[in-house]
Design a protein around this ligand. Structure first.
Ligand code: ADE
Ligand code: ZN
Length: 329
């Protein structure tokens, strides 16, 4: 069976990381920017391992020079996600790549992305929310600037604050100021942890940053006590199996801990992370989970439900999406 038409809720997705390589290559040509090194002979993103992934990712952002480019990118991404049944999407947007941490520039980028989202909601029935996101290896000062951007634009569209990037750079507490500022502004909080770092990184992220969601978090399984704590605290895990397989965080789909995480009582959701980088889509994620673990429509319903409950949106939006999933709250 194909799961393409099944409605889906996706809560871990990077706007720049979702840029189709053809879109980026064509923008680069328009702007005379030479980033040919980041593409392979087939025109796909080329990288080997996580460090190279990050540098390829950053180079791919170079042609995204202004709000108009992000408007076009958002349109392309939402069209593609809607084709895979995604009815609600949360995307990470980095102030570092949208105005370099300057609040007034960031406002213009957010306005352009939100405009594209409004049009896509009207035309393709997909709802988008933005999570302003720090890039960890850019350091705590940039994270503070990103958090200030997030705080200044907190509203119906920018609803959360997060952090991705090189997880082993510094410790969570080094970013506590940025997270405290975002919390005080009323933003919801998530952070990548336990993708490359161990369960200690997941624990510190929960304790020192006060997040209610963890990006990836697969290494939580190293520590049964932490698993029990995460269950008790209702921490939601934004699991991205295709990303983990593609980047080598796990050795293959068979070895992925998502089924064990769910069986341990953890709240798990499924997302694509950076779909073209990992040659994945939400349809592919569901199909591979079905092929690998025998999951079926009831399991995917449950994933959607968990993701919707954990979504950083208001209750009116949640109820609207619940209807699209065939559920009434
Ligand atoms: N930024 C984009 N994708 C990421 C990932 N998988 N891990 C950390 N940072 C990221
Ligand atoms: Zn991610």
């Amino acid at each position: 069976m194909t799961y393409q038409s099944m409605p889906k809720v996706e809560i871990h997705h990077h706007i720049e990381g979702a840029a189709p390589p053809k879109f980026i290559a064509s923008l680069a040509r328009e702007k005379n920017i030479d980033i040919s090194r980041i593409f392979d002979a087939d025109g796909n993103y080329a990288y080997a391992g996580f460090a190279e992934f990050l540098s390829t990712y950053e180079a791919a952002c170079e042609p995204l020079t202004g709000p108009q480019e992000f408007y076009r990118l958002t349109k392309a991404i939402l069209e593609e996600a809607a084709e895979h049944g995604v009815v609600y999407l949360e995307t990470f947007i980095s102030p570092d790549f949208c105005g370099g941490g300057d609040v007034s520039a960031w406002r213009d980028y957010v306005a352009a992305i939100e405009q594209a989202a409004t049009e896509a909601e009207r035309d393709a029935g997909i709802t988008l929310r933005g999570i302003a996101t720090a890039v960890r290896h850019f350091g705590p000062d940039n994270a503070k600037a990103s958090s200030r951007c997030a705080a200044e634009t907190k509203g119906d569209f920018i609803t959360g604050f997060g952090m991705g990037g090189a997880e082993t750079h510094l410790r969570p507490r080094d970013f506590a100021y940025a997270y405290d500022m975002a919390r005080e502004a009323g933003l919801q909080l998530t952070c990548h942890a336990g993708e490359w770092g161990g369960s200690d990184m997941v624990a510190e992220t929960i304790h020192d940053l006060g997040v209610n969601r963890i990006g990836h978090g697969i290494h939580v399984m190293q520590d049964p006590k932490l698993v029990a704590e995460a269950v008790e605290k209702d921490i939601v895990f934004e699991v991205c199996p295709g990303s983990n397989v593609s980047l080598g965080a796990v050795t293959g789909w068979d070895a992925h801990p998502i089924a064990a995480m769910r069986d341990a009582g953890l709240k798990v959701t499924v997302s694509t992370d950076d779909p073209p980088f990992f040659h994945t889509t939400m349809t592919n994620e569901f199909t591979m989970l079905s092929n690998t673990f025998g999951w079926d429509t009831a399991d995917f319903d449950a994933l959607n439900q968990t993701a919707l409950e954990a979504a950083y949106c208001d209750d009116e939006t949640r109820a609207k999406i619940a209807k699209k999933l065939g559920k009434v709250t």
